[in-house]
Design a protein. Structure first.
Length: 312
């Protein structure tokens, strides 16, 4: 974060270069903390995609070389499968069918899990992911990067009904994904634009006060959380889910976690969340998803390549 903060977001070239600098030390530290050596490994799991291709290539190249040197199988993992499996890692196997919302800086998608290790896409965002919207609104308010934690903190002292912000309800299929019905899709670009217009008007008479910034943060967060949970519980009803879960970096948001628990109790539906440590991108979730594929014999070939747009 310290590397990218001055730019207000992740710079792909800087990210991949830092990956090269750090990856050997990170792996050595992981083995040391786990009291393990290379001979103790049964397989190596690696994120194949989606994501920034430069960073993915560093991980894939290292994993292929390490698997060959250690003479262990290589398992390719989809990044979002890792987030979904973080729920299993935290809570054990979920009651199925389950509807899982994966919500992060780059992704906002709903998946139906009817069989362990099999994920059916139900909906996705048509523009900004929720985490992206947080970062962009934080930048508008001069709060720095990343935006999620600081908006979450400021929102606790703000009035979440202080300003009028729109919600988006889509009713038609996306031309880029006609196989999906579309009414469970997400959209946050209109909300982001509404915040931009509000801030610009207020700044015509001077900078926003701390109270006004907190009110914007609280109202923005309320609208985002409501949109996420409305679609999640709509999907749970439609597919008669026996459980629901939220995974990904935004699942660390305090209001999202609290309202998920509250709605789940009210509807007598089991809800699952990862721990805060497992919410953001981490190696444990990739290992969990890799273990499931390893047990099924789904191994990666030696010519595995990174895929920035890998489908789940």
């Amino acid at each position: 974060m310290s590397i990218h903060r001055e730019w207000g977001g992740v710079v792909p070239e800087l990210a991949s270069r830092q990956h090269i600098r750090d990856i050997c030390g990170v792996v050595d530290r992981a083995l040391e903390d786990g009291h393990a050596g290379w001979s103790d490994l049964g397989a190596i799991a690696v994120t194949q995609g989606p994501g920034l291709v430069g960073s993915l290539l560093v991980g894939v190249s290292f994993a292929k070389a390490a698997a060959a040197a250690a003479n262990v199988p290589l398992v390719a993992v989809h990044h979002l499968a890792g987030h979904i499996e973080s729920l299993v890692l935290q809570n054990g196997e979920l009651p199925l069918p389950s509807v899982v919302l994966v919500v992060s800086g780059g992704h906002t998608s709903l998946y139906l899990v009817e069989t362990p290790g099999r994920y059916q896409l139900l909906s996705r965002t048509r523009d900004d992911a929720a985490g992206e919207a947080y970062d962009k609104v934080a930048k508008l308010l001069g709060l720095g990067y990343p935006g999620g934690p600081v908006i979450d903190r400021l929102a606790r002292s703000g009035n979440d009904r202080a300003i009028a912000l729109p919600t988006t309800r889509l009713t038609h299929a996306d031309r880029n994904a006609p196989e999906l019905k579309g009414d469970l899709d997400f959209s946050f670009s209109g909300l982001k634009t509404a915040v931009l217009r509000y801030v610009k008007v207020k700044q015509e008479t001077g900078p926003l006060s701390e109270r006004e910034v907190a009110d914007v943060a609280a109202t923005f967060q309320r609208v985002v959380v409501t949109a996420l949970l409305d679609r999640l519980f709509d999907a749970a009803r439609r597919y008669q889910a026996k459980s629901i879960g939220i995974a990904g970096g935004v699942s660390a948001n305090s209001r999202l976690r609290a309202e998920l628990q509250e709605r789940g109790e009210r509807r007598e539906l089991p809800v699952f969340l990862p721990s805060l440590a497992l919410s953001t991108d981490n190696a444990a979730m990739i290992a969990a998803a890799g273990l499931r594929k390893l047990q099924e014999g789904r191994l990666a070939p030696a010519d595995l390549n990174a895929d920035a747009a890998l489908a789940l």
